[in-house]
Design a protein around this ligand. Structure first.
Ligand SMILES: [Zn+2]
Length: 236
């Protein structure tokens, strides 16, 4: 019990420090991360995005963080996001070196290698949270909406097609990339399908989520405001 209280106090202090942009935010070490729950990990990301949106980037000494992580890393979350140059996870969640695993692929699609990377992060490196992050006005989603065919991109875009077909609210004549509402609807469905696909395709991650060891959550980054909206509470 004492440890629990002590760790909670440590965490409350840590969370409060995150709202003070002049505080030199350090990378979590293994010991601090041990006390993190998936909900706490999500809160750290929400706080980071809040700082980003309010232009209150935490004071970080990245070189110091190079030194702090020289003997190993202990990232608290793994974030799958698009390759879009405006959606770097470290920037939009205001995180430093050694804080998060970042997987980036056009349209934030799932494949075996992405899932393998998540299994590594959660099972072997002890990350507490998986985030699948889509974004508005996504070029890859637009390509899927228009059935673009180009080299190997064709195969990548087929992974988004189930989300295009699952969008039922837009009439046939408006189902193209010029209709941003349609594009953003498909992006949202694509994120939710990806979250489900991770659980369906990885027994390891599904079990970790079921036991509460990790959480998984979808979210959407708004290209126009810099804000991330998480869709729902973490799956347990
Ligand atoms: Zn994109």
């Amino acid at each position: 019990m004492y440890n629990l209280i002590k760790s909670n106090c440590t965490f409350v202090k840590f969370i409060l420090k995150q709202f003070n942009p002049t505080y030199n935010l350090k990378t979590l070490d293994k010991n601090e991360k041990e006390h993190l729950t998936p909900e706490m990990a999500l809160q750290i990301l929400k706080n980071g995005n809040e700082r980003f949106v309010n232009n209150l980037e935490a004071d970080r000494n990245l070189l110091e963080q190079v030194n702090a992580t020289r003997d190993g890393q202990s990232p608290f979350a793994i974030i799958l996001s698009c390759i879009d140059s405006r959606t770097s996870a470290e920037l939009i969640f205001d995180q430093g070196l050694g804080d998060i695993f970042s997987v980036r692929i056009a349209g934030n699609v799932i494949n075996t290698d992405v899932i393998g990377s998540m299994e590594y992060a959660c099972k072997l490196a002890n990350s507490k949270l998986i985030v699948v992050l889509g974004h508005t006005k996504c070029g890859a989603i637009k390509g899927a909406c228009d059935f673009v065919e180009l080299g190997s991109l064709t195969e990548l875009l087929t992974k988004i097609q189930p989300a295009v077909y699952a969008e039922k609210t837009t009439p046939t004549e408006l189902r193209n990339s010029k209709n941003l509402q349609f594009v953003n609807n498909v992006s949202a469905i694509n994120v939710k399908k990806s979250v489900q696909a991770i659980l369906d395709r990885s027994y390891i991650l599904e079990q970790m989520v079921a036991s509460g060891a990790i959480g998984i959550v979808g979210g959407m980054y708004d290209i126009e405001t810099g804000k991330v909206d998480f869709y729902e509470d973490i799956h347990h």
